[in-house]
Design a protein around this ligand. Structure first.
Ligand code: PDD
Length: 280
């Protein structure tokens, strides 16, 4: 039996979840999205995701497609209907369907769709063995702070990683790591966690935000600054974070072992702290 998905106000079997070929998400990538994790049937970092969604909508000059209460109720209904214990909810809002014309059409109704994916986020073997990353040039546009559905560069990056036997690709601009194709990037040196500061060059990760707060509370030193691939290769540890993976240790960058090829203590501690909060 397939999932129940949400399409513009209706809950329908996934095979019946359809939108127009004129949808501007399909024609122009004129839309934004959020991925919110679910643990023990509960949404993780939901207020952060909604704050970011609001900002993305503002930046692309779109109104909310429904009230915030309705959106939250929809997330909860999908969890219930699909009996999601662990996994995530993907939600996408596009400007809607209209004959193809670059400028915003008048009187258009946004398209809102959402669906669930089941994944064991807590007992993840990747967290125990660590993952490999490769580096690729960051070929994305200049507004990576907007969670746009225009994801061709990340798709190509992730495919390159997959073909190289790696889990993720770190994107590099002017010699400096921006972020992963679908995650934020960190290194650890002498006990200090180093991650690029927020700007238009990266997405403000909700997992990043929670993690930096937790690290602060626990006295783990954080430095928000750029780092190069060379510096990353010399680091004691490397880490990635996202709603779909939480906190994962990186044990190899471009074939070079990091921290002896084993997950390090800071990555383990940060994952523990994040899980503790997500599960309670
Ligand atoms: N991606 N950077 C990029 C480019 C991302 O696409 C994501 C998330 C992140 C991490 O953000 P957060 O912690 O809020 O998930 C950073 C989601 C998971 C995706 O596209 O599947």
């Amino acid at each position: 039996m397939g999932r129940t998905v949400y399409v513009n106000g209706s809950y329908v079997p996934e095979k019946q979840g359809q939108i127009s070929i004129f949808d501007r998400g399909f024609l122009f990538a004129d839309g934004i999205y959020e991925v919110t994790a679910v643990v023990n049937g509960r949404l993780v970092d939901y207020p952060s995701h909604m704050e970011r969604l609001e900002r993305s909508l503002q930046e692309i000059k779109m109104e909310w497609p429904c009230s915030k209460e309705e959106l939250r109720a929809m997330h909860q209904e999908l969890i219930k209907l699909n009996k999601v214990d662990q996994g995530w909810i993907y939600m996408q809002i596009t400007r809607g369907a209209a004959d193809r014309d670059f400028k915003f059409p008048k009187d258009i109704r946004p398209t809102l769709v959402a669906f669930t994916q089941i994944k064991n986020l807590v007992d993840n073997p990747d967290a125990v063995r660590g993952v490999k990353v490769i580096t690729v040039p960051d070929i994305r546009w200049a507004r990576r702070d907007i969670k746009s559905v225009m994801l061709l560069a990340p798709v190509l990056g992730k495919q390159a990683a997959h073909e190289a036997g790696a889990f993720e690709a770190w994107m590099v601009e002017d010699g400096m790591v921006t972020e992963g194709t679908s995650s934020n990037a960190y290194i650890v040196k002498d006990g200090k966690v180093i991650t690029r500061g927020l700007s238009n060059s990266i997405l403000a990760g909700c997992t990043r935000r929670a993690l930096l707060r937790l690290a602060n509370e626990k006295g783990i030193a954080i430095e928000e600054r750029m780092f190069s691939v060379e510096e990353a290769c010399e680091a004691d540890e490397a880490i990635l974070t996202s709603a779909s993976n939480f906190v994962l240790p990186i044990v190899e960058i471009d074939g070079k072992r990091i921290g002896g090829g084993q997950p390090g203590p800071v990555a383990r501690r940060l994952r523990e702290l994040y899980l503790e909060e997500a599960m309670n």
